[in-house]
Design a binder for this molecule. Sequence first.
Ligand code: SF4
Length: 406
Amino acid sequence: MSSGATHPSLESLRPAPRTAVERALDGERLTREDALALAGLSGAENPAVWAAAANVRDRGRAPLVTYSRKVFIPLTNLCRDVCTYCTFAKDEGTPAAHTMSPDEILQVAEAGRRLGCKEALFTLGDRPEARWDGYRATLKRFGHDSTHSYLRAMCEAVLDQTGLLPHPNAGVLGRRELAELREVSPSQGMMLESVSDRLCEPGGPHADAPDKRPRTRLAMLRRAGELRIPFTSGILIGIGETETERVEALLALRDLHEEYGHIQEVIVQNFRAKPDTPMAASGEPGLTELMTTCAVARLVLGPEVNIQAPPNLSADYGPLLLAGINDWGGVSPLTPDFVNPEAPWPDIDRLAELSDEAGYPLRERLTVYPEYIDGDYVDARVRPAVDALAGDDRLARTETPAPVAA
Ligand code: SF4
C-alpha cells in the first residue's frame, strides 16, 4: 500500500490527481501526465493537496523557513518593454523616472549593511538603452555605454565597499553578460513568469514585451545553467495563463533544473492589480489559489527544491506555510518593494512570530542558498564575501551589522 493511500484527506481527490499526489507522497517523480492532472483542482481537493505538499516539503527540507535580509536597488526604472500589469517601469521624462547614481546606490547599500542586510537586490528594466535617448546620455555621464556595464560596475562596488552580496535581476541577458555578472555576484535571477505564447499575442499582457517571450526566457535560463549560476526563477500567476499553462511552466523549470541543477529557488508570485494600468480591473488570485499553486509546485518539483512565496503580496500570508513553501524571499528593513510599492514588507519580527506559530522557525539565509555555497557555483572572486557572511550551516551569520570582507 502506498503511503499516500493512508492519508485520509486524499479521499476528497478525483482519481487522476489522487494518483499524482500518492506518487509524490511515495517519493516518486511525477510524470508529465501526473503533473497536468494537478491543474484544475477545486473545492475540497485543495486542502488535501496542501497537506500532501507540506508532507513532501518536510521530507526534503529542514523544519524551518528562510528569508534574505536585503536592500532593494532599482538601478533604473526605465525599460524597453511594456507589460500591461507593470507599474515599476516609467517613461523617460516623467517625474517618477529615475536612474540611480553610483553614490545613491552605495548609500543605500551601506545603510542596509548597518541594518544587518546581506543582499543587494538589483532590479531594473530590460535593456532600456534600446529605447530611451536620455538614458543613454545618463549612462555616458556615469562612464558607461550599456546598462550591463553600469550594472556590473555597481555590483562590484557594492560587493567590495559594503560586503553586501549583489543579486542582479536584470532581465534577459546574453552569455557574456551572465558570465561577467557571475564574477561579481553569487546568484542571479529572472522570473520565467509563464510559458504561454498566447500572452504575447496582440491584446495580451506581453504583446509589447519582446523579452517576455517564453522561448527567449527559457534560453536564458539554460545559459545560466551552462554557466553554473545559482539562479532564482519562478512563475507569475493570474496574468491570463490557464492552470495547465502554470503546470507547464513548472515542468519547464523542473526540466532545466534536472539538466543543470542550478535553479536554487522557484518563486510562486501572485499578480496584484495596480491602479492606472490596463489590468487594473483584472481579478487577482486569492489565497486558496495561491496556496494550491505553491502546493502543486512542491509536488511537481519535489521535496528538495526551495519554493518561495512573497509574504507582502498576501494580506494573510501565514497559511502559505501549510502549502509546502520553505522560503519567504527577500524582505527589507529599509527599502520598499519597488515592483509592488503598494505592498509593504511585513515586519521581520512579525514574520518570525507567524513562522514560529506554524512550527517553522524563521532563519536568515544569504542570497545564494546554502547548498550552492560550497563547490564550484560561486566564483572565486565572490567567495570571500560569501564566506564572511555564512555561518557553519551556510545560512547567514546573524550578528549585525554584516562585516565587510577584506
Ligand atoms: S519587463 Fe519588467 S520592468 Fe519592463 S515593463 Fe515588463 S514587468 Fe515592467
